[in-house]
Design a protein around this ligand. Structure first.
Ligand SMILES: Nc1nc2c(ncn2[C@@H]2O[C@H](COP(=O)(O)OP(=O)(O)OP(=O)(O)O)[C@@H](O)[C@H]2O)c(=O)[nH]1
Ligand SMILES: [Mg+2]
Length: 156
């Protein structure tokens, strides 16, 4: 999740978690491995509940910051989410170092403690992030697995 145009769908695609072409995300989208959200849900606080609910069963949330736009992430937003959060600064192929640092501060302010800087277009940092996701997710079973028993509660 992250602001409109920050590069969320491009990032998922670069990580091999998204097959469709990258265009404006109009609605929450699901694949077997990932959930993609529209930036508007992040930009407009009225929609925060949708992000919070959608990520309840996520093993991990990637909180994205766009260094080209200097958007400000809501303070402590990550603390409202159940899943662990990893901050990702995108577009480092096109950003100045000071803009990358501003994006880093913005992500820290929102509660992300671990932050990666990547380029989905050029591939910088993608191998490291991909490995990090694999190791993090192998330790966190998906909510569905954990809660399987809940569906079989005895009636009456
Ligand atoms: N230079 C550069 N441009 C990028 C990078 N990642 C994404 N972009 C561009 O940023 C624009 C928005 O990318 P998207 O992946 O659609 O962004 P999004 O966050 O999914 O946007 P919404 O779905 O509208 O919320 C596109 O024009 C991408 O080509 C990157 O690593 N470097
Ligand atoms: Mg998108």
């Amino acid at each position: 999740m992250g602001p409109t145009g920050s590069g969320k769908t491009s990032l998922l695609k670069a990580l091999g978690l998204w097959e469709d072409d990258v265009r404006k995300t109009e609605a929450i989208g699901f694949t077997d491995m990932a959930v993609d959200t529209p930036g508007e849900f992040f930009d407009i606080p009225r929609f925060y509940h949708a992000l919070i609910m959608t990520s309840v069963k996520a093993g991990l949330v990637l909180l994205v910051a766009d260094p080209l736009r200097r958007s400000r992430h809501t303070s402590r937003f990550a603390h409202a989410l159940r899943a662990p959060v990893i901050g990702v600064i995108t577009k480092i192929d096109a950003a100045l170092p000071e803009d990358v640092e501003a994006a880093r501060r913005s992500l820290r302010n929102s509660g992300a403690t671990e932050i990666h800087a990547v380029s989905s277009l050029r591939g910088d940092g993608m191998k490291e992030l991909s490995e990090r996701l694999r190791s993090a997710l192998s330790k966190t079973p998906p909510g569905d697995e954990k809660n399987k028993g809940d569906d079989n509660q005895q009636q009456g």
